[in-house]
Design a protein around this ligand. Structure first.
Ligand code: FAD
Length: 361
């Protein structure tokens, strides 16, 4: 007896946070979804993510997505089943020259019901004495933001997708097409037939898109962090998360063991698509040389581990959900450039709506 090939309304390639957030929303729309990934749930960039979530962004479109994402994370998903946000607060540092735009963004967030305020360096010194912030920077403080444990969130999204979700533990090798339409995905475990296909496979999406003549220029970019061991009473493990737009530094309390997670954004591209524990001594020093200016205690704190990983970035540096005009039934959602976790609930909603439309055509 031959086993019939899996059939779904939508085939989602990539079991990262974007693919899963989309699968969850497709399930809520009553659609059957096959999620194809040889690494299972959150085996790529998502599994390495720091999980920082906040609504503030100087760009209005990213702010809308991040704010919608934060709303949903605060509600613990549509069914209230996702892990709760660690509401330690979020500080986003910007140059004083950007104060007018930051103040406008704060007004925009407040009008949408988000708590946010501008703090000067003097305010920060009073409220968070473990921080060192020079007078030429200001902070946007969001008391309800913070961070989330990413793996458990990804698994909760998969559970919420319901019984219509099939996980296919295989690598997608090429798109199946009929005429000018996508009809599914061929995988190392055989074909998966579907009325629409989402490519949410990071840089793995490029060769799949190319197999159907769709140009999707993505590159990997290095994303790494160190874990610094700090003892109390340094006061660092109770601080809000911090993202410093002027240096590229991002930090958060690890959540246990007196550890602080700290990274500095990197422009290094075309790195391997692998996630491994630890960072090089050179990376440790690169991170320390930057973050010590905001957290002086980190100048001498020992490094207790870290992560070396990657994310997919597009030529614009901005992620996009795109209905491909080159091939009917195909949608891509890629290029999140180190910031996709906080956007995922909103991106999932958007991608699911687009997929439902293209599946019905
Ligand atoms: C160290 C680190 C820290 C980060 N911190 C934050 C943060 O604090 N806040 C934030 O908002 N964002 C953060 N990010 C970014 C965020 O994690 C990513 O933008 C997001 O996880 C990307 O999700 P994704 O689903 O697009 O990709 P991925 O998680 O990479 O998922 C893509 C999946 O596709 C699979 N795949 C690839 N090729 C194929 C194929 N041919 N067939 C089948 N499957 C395939 C891969 O196995 C992978 O699982 C961080 C990223 C890193 C690496």
């Amino acid at each position: 007896m031959t086993r019939s090939a899996p059939t779904a309304d939508v085939a989602v390639v990539g079991g990262g946070i974007i693919g899963l957030a989309t699968a969850e929303r497709l399930g809520a729309r009553g659609l059957a979804v096959a999620v194809i990934d040889p690494a299972g749930i959150a085996g790529g960039a998502t599994g390495a993510s720091g999980g920082l979530v906040r609504a503030f962004d100087l760009s209005a479109s990213r702010r809308r997505s991040a704010a919608a994402g934060l709303d949903l994370y605060l509600r613990r998903g549509h069914r209230g089943t996702w892990p709760a946000i660690r509401r330690q607060g979020s500080l986003s540092l910007v140059a004083r020259g950007d104060l007018p735009q930051a103040a406008a963004a704060v007004a925009d967030l407040r009008s949408a019901g988000h708590e946010a305020e501008i703090l000067t360096a003097h305010d920060l010194a009073t409220r968070f004495p473990a921080l060192d912030v020079p007078d030429d920077l200001v902070a946007v403080h969001e008391p309800n933001a913070g961070w989330l444990p990413v793996g458990p969130v990804a698994h909760a999204m998969a559970r919420d997708a319901g019984p219509g979700l099939q996980l296919v533990p295989a690598r997608a090798t090429h798109l199946l097409t009929s005429g000018s339409r996508a009809t599914g995905v061929h995988t190392t475990a055989g074909p998966v037939h579907a009325r629409a296909v989402l490519l949410a496979a990071g840089t793995g999406s490029t060769s799949l898109a190319a197999s159907a003549g769709v140009h999707l220029p993505l590159r990997t970019r290095a994303v790494r962090y160190c874990l610094f061991r700090v003892g109390e009473p340094a006061g660092l493990t109770t601080l809000p998360t911090l993202v410093d737009a002027t240096t590229g530094a991002w930090l958060r309390p690890w959540g246990s063991d007196s550890l602080v997670l700290a990274g500095v954004s990197s422009q290094e591209t075309d790195v391997p698509e692998t996630v491994r524990p630890g960072v090089t001594a050179q990376e440790e020093e690169r991170v320390r040389a930057v973050v010590r200016h905001r957290y002086p205690h980190l100048a001498s704190a020992p490094v207790a581990g870290g992560v070396t990983a990657y994310d997919a970035t597009s030529p614009t540096g901005l992620g996009e959900v795109t209905v491909r005009t080159e091939l009917g039934g195909l949608v891509t959602a890629t290029g999140w450039n180190g910031g996709g976790f906080k956007l995922a609930p909103s991106i999932g909603e958007l991608a699911a709506a687009r997929l439902q439309e293209v599946a019905a055509r």
